[in-house]
Design a protein around this ligand. Structure first.
Ligand SMILES: [Zn+2]
Length: 254
């Protein structure tokens, strides 16, 4: 019965969130101006203090937050699988849940201080899309650690989210490294046709690591600008989407 009730508000067919990881400098230089030009808001998952340019970036992220962009928690130390070899002593297979709590809470304290207007309203993003600590029989999920602290968190996954079914403590996002505007538009349009919530994950934009070209984001942003009646893309912050939108109502309906 409930499946017959339209999920989205009248006229809206689907939703899209634009997310950016790792506070790459090219996001400030290329992504933010593009989003602002088209009246779009993004979610930027940062590692406070971790990267050399962080202190220099802060005033510009604060400006972005004042324009409605979300500055999300991506931990202070960005722990990923030991298999990457990034840091052989601080990597997920060697960490405990307490270690994860520490790096999340350290980042959150910094963000609360720097972005007080978003206190209690920001979402979380799993570094390297990975959500466990330990190895073998000792491996365990740290999703509950995140779920106790945030109403929504973003992981990785190729498919858009079914807003009626997705666990908000680990939503799926498509990482679009090297993809064109046409490929991203096709993905978003198909998701909207199916009534889904697409999340796109970007890192570098026109530079930096695992990047897309600036013109690819520009093409997608132009399309979203034109389609804003059909695809709810102009309020991409999780908090806005979840608390004012139908996902939140759906989760609390029963
Ligand atoms: Zn990351």
């Amino acid at each position: 019965m409930s499946a017959e009730i339209p999920f989205w508000p009248a006229g809206v067919e689907g939703a899209l969130s634009l997310t950016f990881d790792d506070n790459a400098p090219s996001q400030l230089a290329n992504a933010l101006p593009c989003l602002d030009d088209h009246g779009l808001q993004g979610t930027f998952y940062v590692n406070p203090g971790r990267r050399p340019a962080w202190e220099l970036q802060v005033p510009r992220w604060q400006e972005a937050a004042s324009r409605g962009h979300e500055i999300g928690n991506h931990t202070s130390r960005h722990p990923c699988s030991c298999n990457f070899g990034f840091d052989p002593t601080y990597c997920l297979e060697r960490l405990s849940l307490q270690d994860i709590e520490a790096t999340i809470d350290e980042a959150e304290a910094d963000l609360d201080q720097l972005f007080p207007q978003q206190r209690g309203k920001r979402s979380f993003c799993y570094p390297c899309y990975q959500s466990y600590v330990g190895a073998g029989v000792e491996r365990q999920s740290y999703v509950p650690v995140v779920a106790r602290r945030f109403r929504a968190a973003r992981g990785g996954g190729e498919r858009p989210n079914n807003p009626r079914l997705i666990d908000l403590s680990y939503t799926w996002a498509w990482a679009v490294e090297g993809h064109s505007a046409e490929q991203m538009i096709a993905y978003v349009d198909k998701a909207a046709d199916q009534g889904l919530w697409a999340i796109i994950c970007m890192h570098g934009v026109g530079g930096d690591h695992i990047a897309i070209e600036t013109r690819a984001l520009e093409g997608l942003a132009r399309h979203l600008d034109q389609q804003r009646q059909r695809i709810r893309a102009w309020r991409t912050r999780y908090w806005s989407l979840i608390t004012s939108g139908p996902i939140w109502r759906s989760k609390n309906a029963s």
